[in-house]
Design a protein around this ligand. Structure first.
Ligand SMILES: [Zn+2]
Length: 78
C-alpha cells in the first residue's frame, strides 16, 4: 500500500482513499479524491510528506465542520 497523508488532519495512513485512522475522514467527493491522490509518496518525497503533514496539522482542519472547509482554497486547486 502507498504511504499517504490525510488531507484533513495530516495523519500518516496507507492508501490514498482509505478512512483516516486518526480523524475518521474518508475522501468521497471528487475534489477530496483529487487532493487525496496527490498527497502520497511518489508525488512527494518522504521529507516533503512529513513537512506537508505538519503543515496540515497546523491548519487544524479537524476543528472546522467539514461542510465549511473550502478545499479548493486550502490546497490551491481551481
Ligand atoms: Zn485524518
Amino acid at each position: 500500500m502507498t504511504k499517504a497523508i490525510c488531507m484533513r488532519c495530516g495523519f500518516e495512513k496507507f492508501g490514498c482513499f482509505v478512512k483516516c485512522p486518526n480523524c475518521k475522514f474518508t475522501p468521497t467527493k471528487n475534489i477530496e479524491l483529487e487532493i487525496s491522490i496527490s498527497l502520497r509518496e511518489g508525488a512527494y518525497s518522504d521529507v516533503e510528506l512529513t513537512l506537508l503533514s505538519k503543515d496540515i496539522k497546523n491548519k487544524h482542519l479537524v476543528d472546522i465542520p467539514l461542510e465549511q472547509i473550502n478545499w479548493y482554497e486550502i490546497y490551491g486547486f481551481r
